[in-house]
Design a binder for this molecule. Sequence first.
Ligand SMILES: NC(=O)c1ccc[n+]([C@@H]2O[C@H](COP(=O)([O-])OP(=O)(O)OC[C@H]3O[C@@H](n4cnc5c(N)ncnc54)[C@H](OP(=O)(O)O)[C@@H]3O)[C@@H](O)[C@H]2O)c1
Length: 258
Amino acid sequence: MKSFRKALVTGASSGLGRAICQELAARGAEVIACARREEQLEELAEELRALGASARAEPLDVTSPEAVREVFARASADGPLDLVLAGAGVAEHSVEASDRAARTRQLLDVNLAGAVTTIEAGVAAVLRTGGTVGVLSSLAGTRGLPGAAAYCASKAAISTYVEARQVELRGRPVQLVDIQPGFVRTPMTAPNRFPMPFLMDVEAAARRTVDGLEAGRSVVRYPRRLAWPLRLLAGGLPRSVWRRLLQGDRRASQPDRP
Ligand SMILES: NC(=O)c1ccc[n+]([C@@H]2O[C@H](COP(=O)([O-])OP(=O)(O)OC[C@H]3O[C@@H](n4cnc5c(N)ncnc54)[C@H](OP(=O)(O)O)[C@@H]3O)[C@@H](O)[C@H]2O)c1
């Protein structure tokens, strides 16, 4: 079991990323908290420092490769990182563009391109001294869900990307970890009006995430009660059966956005 000395986390201003920073700090790591909303980050860093941890805020938009480069340079200047977690993400309902294609581009810019930029900056940062790079993908990447077409596609894409990179990086001192949570109670899921089976508290999800990163597993799926049936049943289920199963789902009967 590893324990981390110095971690950089994106998506740290809210939800799962914030709770993961709290969990890492409680386990003794120095935390560099990144996201766009500076006030929330400063509040978190202050809270962690008050508990005796070492923490600082680094405002960052992951869709800007230059900004990512600068933040990683600053983060590594006073000692190497040994954990990078690409947690920044957006849901379908939080992108504003007027049509589906534009919304999908916006979402992919954060959930896929932004995650890849962070992962690759993380790999470069930890390669020399060794470390772990994780990404928050999702069990939603297992199959397409109505109402979340672009989101599911983005999560399937980042998981596939990580799977390929894990092979390419074999034998190098970097552990790439694909974290696939189910439903977690965060600001992202708060507006959902459909049933969310096995909805988890954010603290429990953060513990599962850090446990998986410390264990150096290549894929971390939770909760198991949702992950296993989804993989065993849905993964091998013909598309026609999957469609019929979801046609009764409330998400499928929601008014379609353009
Ligand atoms: N909640 C769930 O059920 C669930 C399940 C599976 C996977 N996930 C994944 O877990 C991650 C965290 O989700 P959450 O539920 O905690 O959602 P959340 O509370 O909405 O947090 C999303 C985080 O991403 C940051 N973010 C968004 N766009 C960004 C950008 N361009 N640059 C930098 N940071 C950005 C947000 O901060 P700013 O707005 O301050 O930038 C925020 O800190 C996401 O990748 C999500 O897809 C969530």
